[in-house]
Design a protein around this ligand. Structure first.
Ligand SMILES: [Zn+2]
Length: 230
């Protein structure tokens, strides 16, 4: 951190009061150690108010970067104590999965969401492996749901045999899971066998499989409902 005296404009007033803040010495853009140039601080609250948030506009001192950033603080103008507020610019990532799928496999939802985060960060290698893992949990949790007595066995089996053995009554789901597994295996293995298919296709197949499983869950729910009232 680097102590810098900055003019702070309170509540859009045109006169500023000077205050000292510890500015970060790492640029949030280029990651280099810097002596940032601080321009000015602004605060919505007026000067007399005890607690306020001050935002300081600053610029990277690295010649090849020179980008601007904001440093924000909780500031008390009586004690002149400021507390840096770390910001992370990471908007929430939308994960499109069918409703109720978390009731069948909460792990699937968690792993799939993490893979989506990795993909949004352009970590494609990690994302591919993550989607493959998500698929494994989805298929196994589904198989376990209908074969609770074989839970331990299913858990330790390879994914391929689980799909072959336990999804044989659900041909469409079996096809989707098989296709997604083949592409997924490419993501985890050293040699790629299916050059023509990528993460996009795998995700499409996984989501379709999840849709199928969620539909099955809803059907069970509807069956219970109608049987109760029949
Ligand atoms: Zn920089």
């Amino acid at each position: 951190m680097l102590k810098v005296k900055v003019p702070v404009y309170y509540n859009s007033s045109t006169t500023a009061s000077e205050a000292t803040f510890d500015l970060p010495n790492k640029c949030p853009h280029c990651g280099e150690t810097i002596f940032p140039r601080a321009y000015k601080g602004v605060s919505e609250q007026s000067y007399g108010e005890d607690k306020k948030t001050v935002a300081i506009s600053a610029q990277c001192s690295n010649d090849s970067c020179k980008k601007y950033f904001i440093a924000a603080y909780n500031y008390n103008s009586y004690t002149e104590i400021s507390e840096y507020i770390p910001y992370s610019y990471r908007p929430p990532i939308k994960v499109e999965l069918p409703e109720n799928i978390e009731k069948v496999s909460p792990n699937f939802v968690e792993i799939y969401s993490q893979a989506t985060t990795a993909e949004s960060e352009k970590l494609n290698q990690i994302a591919g492996v993550g989607y493959r893992k998500a698929l494994e949990f989805l298929v196994k949790d589904y198989a376990i749901r209908y074969n609770p007595d074989e839970t331990e066995k299913i858990k330790t089996m390879l994914l391929g045999p689980v799909i072959k053995q336990y999804l044989s009554d659900f041909k469409k789901l079996q096809t989707l899971a098989t296709a997604a597994t083949w592409i997924g295996n490419d993501e985890t293995h050293y040699v790629r066998r299916h050059e023509d298919k990528d993460i996009k296709s795998m995700k499409r197949f996984i989501r379709a499989a999840a849709q199928y499983i969620a539909a099955e869950y809803d059907t069970e729910d509807a069956t219970d409902f109608t049987e109760e009232r029949a």
